[in-house]
Design a protein around this ligand. Structure first.
Ligand code: MSP
Length: 472
């Protein structure tokens, strides 16, 4: 492994709509991994951003009575704000309407064309604008796209096609050998299953869509939105204009996303890269999809949760915690928002927040000298889990330690010991040291809380301070 260099990406999100907690969920997860790598000394580049071209965005702009660019500017900013509110430490926020991206895409497409990997043809069939994907009769349910519950458009247009079939066996073999490592295991199986179906060459352009990046060799067509969107992962690091930087980060890329976009990332993307002579991505992690109270999150059902609302109510760190702790990352799960208050109070206000205030307060009231010292023990214990994106298990380990410390406090009752007794000083010093270790382990998940705990217990004069999580 190229230890030391870590390039982490999220999907770039469609700007046809406002950010919701699905987008936040993936990006928080990527942030946790990015911070954890930073903490262990790796050089990290964390990329996120917005996907702005294509029919879906153009239609939404029209509905909003706005020019596409203005519409994209506004909505892209909403994503950025939501991510900033969540304290996400992305290094670069890419937009596919950035000139730099558009130029890189043009180079990439020209290269494919020049070497004969793109040929002209006609696409006749169905297209679902919701998916921004070509869809087959077989995939329809009662004549509709099962994801968007809409009748797809029948299209017949001149398109350019990519010779996917030339690269399929190589991609399949690389997945089998984990040279393209797909996790979790069930998603690797799902990806390999795709090769058993008839994967055909696919369209890389659209004739009747205007909002996109023109093909450099035929300006009457725009690049198919998925084909250019995937290229954000390389244009952001200098494909096309900064070879050195590109090679630095592309040694060790890690793509995180949900399972909905598996085919594009596990089949098309590696094939496109192989075609232009670049290495396919090293690792892909496809997490599960969550529902809200058992139902798909959707505008028509009216159950879409805005991450900003959660941050306004609970704060950034608690929102991160509540999102990530619901169910194991990688599996599907359900989110019950009405349980958030209860969990906030039990785990954060009464759990972590309580022990921090009480111990700090008792130290303030003690007479002996108390100098807590944290260790890496807890961080080391969760390290294996975090590296495998078992965030749920890592959090559980940390919060078990916290509840054990609360239990000890209850049992030992240091407030009943004389304020200058050695017993009291020793006890508080040990618990405060454990809390410093907790702060280190928890930093990737709750960076601001970690910092506050750290500051509180490394202060020259330790004082009770403000509660970390006032009860709701
Ligand atoms: N623009 C494409 C991605 C291009 S990447 C080269 C796209 N955008 S999207 O806005 O639809 O975002 C999809 C992603 O949002 C999912 O892969 C996942 O990361 C996240 N999620 C959206 N809804 C979600 C859930 N209900 N549950 C979990 N993740 C969710 O696809």
């Amino acid at each position: 492994m190229n230890k030391g260099i870590f390039y982490i990406t999220t999907p770039i999100y469609y700007v046809n709509d406002k950010p919701h907690i699905g987008h936040a969920y993936t990006t928080v997860a990527a942030d946790i991994l990015a911070r954890w790598h930073k903490q262990k000394g790796d050089e990290v580049f964390f990329l996120t951003g917005t996907d702005e071209h294509g029919a879906k965005v153009a239609e939404s702009a029209k509905k909003a009575n706005k020019l596409p660019q203005q519409f994209c500017d506004e909505n892209s900013q909403l994503f950025r704000n939501a991510f900033d509110n969540l304290n996400l430490s992305y290094d670069y926020f890419i937009r596919t309407t950035d000139k730099r991206h558009e130029e890189a895409v043009a180079k990439f497409m020209q290269k494919l064309f020049d070497q004969g990997d793109i040929y002209e043809g006609t696409y006749e069939g169905l297209y679902c604008t919701g998916c921004e994907d070509f869809i087959t009769e077989k995939e329809l349910v009662e004549g509709k796209c099962p994801d968007h519950l809409k009748v797809p458009e029948k299209i017949s247009e001149k398109n350019y096609f990519f010779k996917l079939t030339n690269y399929l066996s190589q991609v399949k073999e690389m997945i089998e050998k984990d040279e393209i490592r797909i996790q979790p295991e069930d998603k690797k199986k799902e990806a390999l299953g795709l090769f058993k179906q008839d994967l055909t060459d696919f369209s890389v352009s659209r004739e009747n869509v205007e909002w996109g990046i023109p093909l450099p060799f035929d300006k009457s067509q725009v690049t198919y939105v998925w084909v250019e969107a995937l290229q954000n992962y390389i244009s952001a690091i200098g494909y096309g204009d900064d070879r050195q930087n590109f090679e630095k980060w592309w040694q060790n890329p890690f793509h995180i996303m949900a399972k909905d976009i598996l085919k594009f990332h596990c089949v098309y993307w590696p094939a496109l890269l192989l075609a232009v002579g670049e290495k396919p991505p090293k690792q892909l992690f496809l997490h599960g999809f969550f529902s809200i109270n058992g139902q798909k999150m959707s505008k028509s059902i009216g159950n879409v949760i805005d991450p900003n609302d959660l941050v306004a109510k609970y704060g950034a760190d608690a929102t991160r915690y509540l999102l990530i702790s619901q169910f194991p990352f990688g599996q599907d799960g359900d989110i019950k928002q009405e349980k958030f208050d209860e969990q906030f109070n039990s785990d954060l206000a009464n759990g972590l927040g309580n022990i921090v205030s009480r111990v700090a307060n008792l130290i303030e009231l003690s007479e002996g000298k108390i100098i807590p010292k944290g260790s890496d023990k807890l961080s080391d214990r969760i390290s294996d889990d975090v590296s495998r994106l078992k965030f749920h298990d890592a959090i559980k380990t940390i919060f078990t330690v916290i509840s054990e410390l609360n239990g000890e406090l209850q049992k030992e009752k240091p407030w009943e010991m004389p304020s200058d007794s050695e017993e009291r000083v020793k006890f508080l010093e040990r618990v405060a040291s454990e809390l410093l270790s907790v702060s280190k382990a928890i930093w990737p998940f709750m960076p601001d809380t970690a910092k506050q705990i750290e500051e509180r217990f490394s202060a020259k004069k330790i004082t009770k301070g403000k509660p970390l999580f006032p009860r709701i």
